[in-house]
Design a protein around this ligand. Sequence first.
Ligand code: SAM
Ligand code: SF4
Length: 352
Amino acid sequence: MNEPVSHPEPRKPDLILVGDRPRPLVDGFMRRITYLRLSVTDRCDLRCSYCMPERMTFLPKKEVLSLEELYDLATGFIARGVTKIRITGGEPLVRRDIIDLFTALGRRIGHDLEELTLTTNGTQLGVHAEALAKAGVRRVNVSLDTLDRAKFAELTRRDSLPQVLEGIAAAKAAGLKVKLNAVALKGVNEEELPDLIAWGHAEGHDVTLIEVMPLGDVEEERLDQYLPLDTVRAQLEQRWTLTDSTHKTGGPSTYVDIAETGGRLGFITPHTGNFCSGCNRLRVTATGQLYPCLGGGERVDLRAALRSDDPETQLAAALDEALRIKPEKHHFRMDQRGAAPALARHMSMTGG
Ligand code: SAM
Ligand code: SF4
């Protein structure tokens, strides 16, 4: 990898200054942005049926930001008060040399960055877990919707469950704290969710359930996939003792503790819960498009700013614009059969 991903020391956060002081990122609803979700690729080695079609069209590589540009962008956000960065995708670990970006950003932990994490499907964790831990990553979210190999193969269109389980084990062995994320899917993993949760907790992993969102065309009827999490919670309560937890991550999850498993369970409920009020994040795609809201069409082009003659000023202006247009809440709905996707872009574009 070339400069600046291989910067030996944390760089002074000099990209976005007002006078000589960086201005914090606060949106029009007085929400302070401290969390960046940075997508490093739209490509993936799986094809989860709720996320993308089998014949997904990926972006030409030349449109994707280089690792150096991703690092500079992250620097710009850190300068404006972002303290937590989650690397996502697509599948971040399929991007070539991605560990170099983790290593470079990891050097900033304890200086101007509090946490560097990633969301992954786990297939490449067997290869990369130790390098991630060495780079300073402490926690990793792994998406796992089923423990049934045949169902996994059907759902992701790839027979990779053994590899994913090996990846999760490798992450644990490398000392990474694993959180499992499962999208609740009607008639697919509905019956299995208690077993998945029990397995995760027995392995020492927190588990979070997610409601499916109508992002991008996926060949299937969204409403057929949608399983409201208030229904799931009611079913789990028949079996276990759930107690609301005070645990907070600054994200959209609400948590319960399960007495019988001794573990924690999160719920991400864009449809049935108040998902947006505490939103502290911005999302940037691998092409440098900033989407202030996962569920909105608003967009600001950071790549153009980054590649302009005056990146500092242009980036500052672009971030101010993003704050100005960040909507109060998402507007996607899950109650219309046959409806076009609320948004044309897939989750793999914006980064989950
Ligand atoms: N490939 C990585 C992974 O699967 O963890 C990172 C990117 S993936 C887009 C991030 C998260 O988004 C995953 O947990 C995935 O299950 C979730 N996801 C994808 N499409 C979704 C959708 N339409 N609704 C809800 N969650 C979705
Ligand atoms: Fe790939 Fe993640 Fe989308 Fe599944 S959810 S297809 S693993 S990007």
